[in-house]
Design a protein around this ligand. Sequence first.
Ligand SMILES: *[C@@H]1O[C@H](CO)[C@@H](O)[C@H](O)[C@H]1NC(C)=O
Ligand SMILES: *[C@@H]1O[C@H](CO)[C@@H](O)[C@H](O)[C@H]1NC(C)=O
Ligand SMILES: *[C@@H]1O[C@H](CO)[C@@H](O)[C@H](O)[C@H]1NC(C)=O
Ligand SMILES: *[C@@H]1O[C@H](CO)[C@@H](O)[C@H](O)[C@H]1NC(C)=O
Ligand SMILES: *[C@@H]1O[C@H](CO)[C@@H](O)[C@H](O)[C@H]1NC(C)=O
Length: 652
Amino acid sequence: MQIILLLFFTLSLSTYHSNGKLILEGSASFDTSGFTILTNTTKHSYGQLFSTEPVYYKNSSFHFHFHFGIVPEHNHSGSHGMTFVLSPTIGLPGVSSDQYLGLFNETNNGKASNHVIAIELDIHKDDEFGDIDDNHVGVNINGLRSVISAPAGYYDDKDGRFHNLSLVSGKVMRLSVVYSQPDKQLDVTLSPAEFTDPPLKPLFTLNRDLSPYLLKKMYYGFTASTGSIGALHYMLTTMTGPEVDYPMFDVSVVPTLPPYPKKVSDKTRTILAVCLTLAVIVAFVTSGFGFVFYLRHKKVKEVIEEWEIQYGPHKFAYKELFNATKGFKEKQILGSGGFGQVYRGTLSGSDGEIAVKRTSHGSSQGKREFLAEISTIGRLRHPNLVRLLGYCRHKDDLFLVYDFMPNGSLDKYLNRSDTDENQERLSWEQRFKIIRDIASALLYLHQEWVQVIIHRDIKPANVLLDHEMNARLGDFGLAKLYDPGFDPQTTKVAGTFGYIAPEFLRTGRATTSTDVYAFGLVMLEVVCGRRLIERREAKNEDVLVDWILELWEEWKIFDASEESIRQEQNRGEIELVLKLGVLCSHQAESIRPDMSAVMRILNGVLQLPENLLDVVRAERLRERPKISMEVLLDVNSTSTLSFTHSFASHGR
Ligand SMILES: *[C@@H]1O[C@H](CO)[C@@H](O)[C@H](O)[C@H]1NC(C)=O
Ligand SMILES: *[C@@H]1O[C@H](CO)[C@@H](O)[C@H](O)[C@H]1NC(C)=O
Ligand SMILES: *[C@@H]1O[C@H](CO)[C@@H](O)[C@H](O)[C@H]1NC(C)=O
Ligand SMILES: *[C@@H]1O[C@H](CO)[C@@H](O)[C@H](O)[C@H]1NC(C)=O
Ligand SMILES: *[C@@H]1O[C@H](CO)[C@@H](O)[C@H](O)[C@H]1NC(C)=O
């Protein structure tokens, strides 16, 4: 177990903190607190900060969240502003200061050949570029004339009211830039840094396909400029998005930025000199004490493990969680598993509910899963993923804090007996939406995130439903980063029986295709409203996939769907999902589609082939699962697995 832990640890560190370095240009510098200041007190200057690590955003979604702050020279007045930029080059050479924001110059401004997309935080009204005011956020494509902009502020989640924010307040703020390629939609959200969650309603939305403007390989960075009035533009962190060796800061403690340096007159200079001399003497005398303090400080620091600094989700105090869950009362338990229990709770001072996952006391498996979860989901943001709000370590216990999902998990809505009349049944529209939600989350994990992430444990119990019945994928306890240089054989076979692809049992190698396999089965379960394997009166109906295939061969596949949703107007969609489910959960890895194909099929953009049944049948005869007993024993040793009596019939 130790070895696995270590291996995983090295892997995640090296992949997250890949070779990305930061390049400073112009007046940009790192200050003593580890922040980056893009501009100094020099007038008419610009600064740039760029990552040398390329990002590949052509035709894909992306999202960035970062903290910044602008300290103006005069009370509420400074110039010119800053930008977050995606550029085809590391740095933007030959650019100008002032109204050009360190982004363009007079000659290249507005040229389509720039391939530059920037979000500007503009604190100066430039009429030549049609600026709306001197305190706005805008999207600039290839030029300084914004394609969309809005006065700085945010919409309150509670009442939807707009609140102004002053960019030059000297306060730390958060900007979130989320682009969805399928929706061709860019959401930009500004909020005070004190908000743990960004507001739900974005400041503005740009409906435009950005892929024509992006090149295959892009770099991201920040720029800022000053004009005749100065301003210090601070960059505090990239919270998510591609990682670089970047100073992270703890979001729970929002730093106060120092005031703009005052001009030093000659008189004050002499006073300063005297003070400095005195200070040096005092420092000399106290340096002995200082050394002791330093040592003690260092010791405390070492107790904080490295990953805690690297992976910056919010750290909760144990007391907060203890109070939120009423002292981890049994009544608050939502569920339990191999890892420990999940409690329901309410944080004091908020009415938002949370789910707290507590790992079993001293269990090393629990710790491994905790590390895996923290390092992966801590930085993932997608509307169809359960959001990790933070974590806490207390003695041997590890806690993960998630958004509470009031409608529970998907498995509770399936496998209903007919006598359960008073229990709510999902309509076909709800089921189809749930399937597309899961597909969208998986597509994000497999293809849209910086690294390929394999979920490894897709099943209805891991699909949670929020208050609007949107499906969100949860429990990344088994998710690991996929890296070509990493030999998955060294990790244990894990997953949930029934949802494990046959080649995974043979080789122990998890791929995106093994996720697709499990997702295919989930699709079938959702349509049929029954378990994968269950005792039926007619023996040929025991194994869901076999039974569906049998019906398909008799041109009666529609009859496999749950009776309550079997209506003529749904026939097309139901048959599509059933066929797609059979294809995805096929034993032959080679014929399973990838998630982007699945998504396109679900959206009706891509058609299933005419001869699908023949292909499915032919491949099925060739590829029988070859399951060896040793592998099964190994599999049996992980706790999420359970075997049922009908195992033999599965491999028939
Ligand atoms: C600001 O940065 C520029 C470029 O590095 C440098 O030449 C200048 O001296 C700096 N000004 C101050 C006041 O530090
Ligand atoms: C992006 O999509 C377009 C149109 O769908 C396609 O022609 C192009 O090859 C794609 N580019 C990449 C890098 O995937
Ligand atoms: C700074 O300006 C704001 C309005 O622009 C004003 O309310 C505030 O009193 C000013 N503060 C100082 C210290 O001058
Ligand atoms: C403007 O920038 C481009 C490159 O971005 C550079 O080639 C050009 O020389 C610059 N023009 C001026 C006038 O500085
Ligand atoms: C926000 O600021 C604008 C311009 O400064 C002002 O017209 C508007 O009334 C303000 N809105 C609120 C809600 O304070």
